[in-house]
Ligand binder design. Structure first.
Ligand code: PCA
Length: 212
């Protein structure tokens, strides 16, 4: 049976909630298969998040891993294309660590490309009426770190695809004035990302890059 691992994050910085973790819980409650869905809410700590993700991969041997996190300020659901081997934390993580200019994985490749069908996910989320766009940077904080480790794990596991999706604030809990989507739409977009990834072996050929 196909196993899917879908993760979000706990709250961090000044926020009381994190829509990625909340949306993953919504997807878990509504999931009706046929694949086995394993979900987790990761700590926003460099050590804990990567170790937890790797332990979940080792335990459940998923064919598909989709990690998600909050990108406060973005207005769309954004599949990430590139994970870079760089940590440069602008704020401390949830245990107060703030590494600067360190690799996510010493000796690892400079970057990995997502192995999710990112353009097909954008197409299908948009077709469902949910704002979606590709992103070429997941930043240099805990999300990019987890994204990098997911792809590094995938590189050693033929048959496992992995990637990362940043989501906007949820309307129900967004700071005043921040772009946001209803939590239900964020959850729906993640469900679509899972379904599209399962159904799409090779990404579609569509224009989707940016000029800057
Ligand atoms: N967003 C942060 C870390 C956890 C999260 O949800 C990030 O983009 O790195």
């Amino acid at each position: 049976m196909t196993t899917v691992l879908l993760t979000g994050f706990e709250p961090f910085a000044d926020d009381a909630t994190n829509p990625s973790g909340d949306a993953v819980r919504v997807v878990a409650r509504a999931w009706s298969g046929p694949e086995r869905l394993v979900t987790a809410v990761l700590p926003v700590t460099f050590e804990g998040a990567a170790a937890t993700l790797r332990a979940l991969i080792a335990e459940h041997a998923p064919q598909l891993v989709i990690a998600t996190g909050l990108a406060g300020g973005r207005a769309a659901v954004t599949p990430e294309r590139v994970a870079i081997n760089l940590i440069d934390a602008r704020i401390p993580d949830n245990v107060g660590r703030q590494p600067g200019d360190e690799p996510s994985l010493a000796g690892g490749p400079a970057a990995y490309f997502t192995t999710l069908p990112a353009k097909a996910i954008v197409r299908d989320a948009a077709a469902a009426g949910i704002p979606a766009a590709l992103s070429t940077t997941a930043g240099t904080f805990v999300c990019n770190h987890v994204f990098y480790h997911a792809l590094d794990a995938a590189a050693a596991r033929p048959g496992m695809r992995a990637g990362f999706i940043h989501v906007p604030y949820a309307r129900e809990s967004a700071p005043t004035g921040a772009p946001a989507l209803p939590l239900g739409d964020i959850a729906r977009a993640l469900e679509i990302a899972v379904r599209t990834s399962i159904d799409t072996a090779d990404d579609i050929d569509a224009a989707g890059g940016t000029l800057h």
